[in-house]
Design a binder for this molecule. Sequence first.
Ligand code: 5GP
Length: 184
Amino acid sequence: MVKAALYVISGPSGVGKGTVCRELLTTAGELTLSISATTRTPRAGEVDGVNYHFLTKEDFLQRVDNGDFLEWAEVYGNYYGTLRSAVQQELDAGRNVLLEIDTAGARQVKKLMPAAVLIFLAPPSPEELLRRLRGRNTDSPEEIARRQQCLQDELAQEVYYDHVVVNDVVADTVLKIRQIVSGR
Ligand code: 5GP
């Protein structure tokens, strides 16, 4: 049996990680998504335990102290982390795990688990990314401005990744990632 693997998808805010991951999970039965914990306020329609485990800052930091996280990071003023036990359980059960996390978290994962496959989702251009970020209607103007400021630094992170996939047409992006997963 091929050993289950860990796949990490990151990329700048607005690049379409959420859409691509959702599509990957519905079309690629061989992947299971790890649900992160966060201290961010839920957006309209987000459900605790489905989109994220929404924690208070106090709970989150307690879990950091307990060593519960495989990786964690502060992203745009909130904490986000991957629960170690959930990932390990899935891998032990032979299922490939997908993490959708920021670039700082991805580097922590690679350090701890060098066999993890890091995939960077890049925009067709920085201008297109800004257009998507402003058009998605889920974030306040202050939040958009904050994410926009981090953009250049985020884009520069692609050098640390095993694969860079440009997200232009979602179906093509999903196909390319599925090829990475099946071609391992
Ligand atoms: P959002 O607030 O838009 O859901 O996510 C903001 C950022 O946090 C995204 O770049 C997302 O990939 C990242 N993120 C989500 N979950 C985790 C996690 O568990 N760990 C880390 N390091 N980043 C995460």
